[in-house]
Design a protein around this ligand. Structure first.
Ligand SMILES: *Cc1c(COP(=O)(O)O)cnc(C)c1O
Length: 422
């Protein structure tokens, strides 16, 4: 079952909340490190294995610094994400730039940093040539269309906006070679939050088959395949973590059967997971302000969808622990709601919890990826602080909470005084 044990108790949270008022996200450094090492261990026999952490999942430089120390690169898809990687000292081919619908300026910046540029569309070859020039190393994102079925978050490949068709892919490599590209990568990401390890292995198999075809048809050696992100994490208590060793073993077998058997040059395997790396190791801590009893029973907390949008956006399940009541019977049915003027601002619907009272602290699980990062300011809500629970049990604030000054920072009130009604 998913691990619903917490790395802190109520007493610790009360102490932390004296310095850092709720709501806040708190990340567990030790668990992130242990998990990073588990991944590396599982993939240790995979040729050239490297994980490029998907920055969008948790764009915090302190987290990136921890992951860099573990040998991870950064997967970026925008200018600010590139600059964030650079600030942490992640540069050159330790950056994978996997963007789509890309502005010219971002290609220029990626080229300046020497990042691996992963193109999302065949027309971007010309676009890149005009904006930043043709690099020596290039990667293309493949969309298998009808050949694969996707899943709920990312949808079916055929309906997805990403990547090259198969025909475009072959044409793209030929064109790139003609224009002077010397090194080639191949990328696909066809699943999101996928818990079936076989699906991930199938993506590697599909890419290895293409590597063989590209070699045979175009005499191009693919230097690496990037199987994308999208490895899932257990969210509901009855779900289990993806067996990483089985993914690695499956990939190794496919590599032998396809790359080695066809006597191809060695092909590195890389991935760009976000959720898998940090998702389970973050918690949104919020306190209960109000209990409301109308046609249903509501727990009104001081966080809102501005701090965690996934339940409202995808109906995602996030486990909730009422701190100090870990062993109490789950005999009350509640909707746990934030204060946005939107009825989908609910962290849980019809959730069985112990009896909740104002002043209780709730830990909302699995907020270490696509949590704080998806924050927004709608309704004048401010994004919370991010804290790091260090290995030694101390707590470090790694991002302060926003203030109303931040909210107003893009407005010019002096100009408002001079603004005449016509
Ligand atoms: C979002 C994204 C990722 C990371 O996805 P996770 O589900 O967090 O692993 C990786 N690569 C690309 C191109 C993405 O868009």
């Amino acid at each position: 079952m998913a691990d619903t044990k917490l790395p802190f108790n109520k007493k610790k949270i009360i102490e932390i909340a004296k310095s850092y008022p709720t709501p806040f996200h708190i990340y567990d450094e030790k668990a992130i490190l242990d998990n990073a090492r588990r991944l590396k261990k599982a993939f240790k026999d995979i040729y050239g294995f490297k994980e490029y952490f998907a920055v969008k999942a948790l764009p915090n430089p302190f987290i990136l610094k921890i992951l860099k120390h573990e040998g991870f690169g950064a997967d970026c898809s925008s200018l600010p994400e590139l600059l964030l990687a650079e600030k942490v000292g992640i540069m050159g081919e330790d950056i994978m730039f996997s963007s789509n619908d890309t502005p010219a300026q971002e290609f220029v910046e990626a080229a300046r940093l020497g990042a691996i540029i992963n193109l999302d569309d065949i027309t971007h070859i010309d676009f890149l040539e005009k904006s930043a020039g043709i690099p020596k190393l290039i990667c293309f994102r493949y969309n298998p269309g009808k050949e694969r079925t996707g899943n709920a978050i990312i949808g079916h490949p055929e309906e997805a906006k990403f990547g090259f068709t198969r025909e475009q892919l072959l044409e793209g490599y030929a064109v790139a070679k003609e224009r002077g590209v010397e090194r080639f990568g191949l990328h696909a990401m066809v699943a999101s939050n996928e818990l079936d390890y076989k699906y991930i292995v199938q993506t590697a198999e599909m890419l290895f088959d293409l590597v063989v075809e590209i070699k045979q048809k175009l005499d191009i050696n693919i230097e690496f395949v990037n199987i994308g992100g999208g490895i899932g994490i257990p969210e509901k208590p009855e779900q289990r973590p993806v067996p990483l060793q089985r993914i690695a073993d499956g990939i190794k077998a496919a590599y032998e059967a396809k790359i080695v058997a066809n006597k191809l040059d060695p092909v590195k395997l890389v991935m760009e997971c976000g959720r898998l790396i940090t998702g389970p190791y973050g918690y949104l801590i919020t306190s209960v302000m109000h209990m409301k009893h109308i046609y249903k029973d509501y727990v009104g907390v001081d966080a809102s969808a501005a701090n965690l949008m996934r339940p409202g956006l995808y109906g995602a399940y996030h486990h909730i622990t009422v701190l100090g009541k870990e062993n109490a019977p789950l005999n009350h049915r509640y909707d746990v709601a934030g204060s946005l003027c939107e009825n989908n601002d609910k962290f849980a619907i019809d959730r069985m919890l112990p009896k909740v009272e104002p002043g209780d602290y709730l830990a909302i699980h699995n907020t270490g990826a696509h949590g704080h990062a998806m924050g927004f300011n709608y309704n004048g809500k401010l994004r919370s602080a991010e804290l790091l629970l260090r290995k030694d049990g101390s707590v470090e604030q790694i991002r302060r909470g926003e203030t109303t000054d931040d909210y107003f920072a893009t407005l010019n009130f002096d100009a408002l005084d001079d603004f005449k009604l016509k």
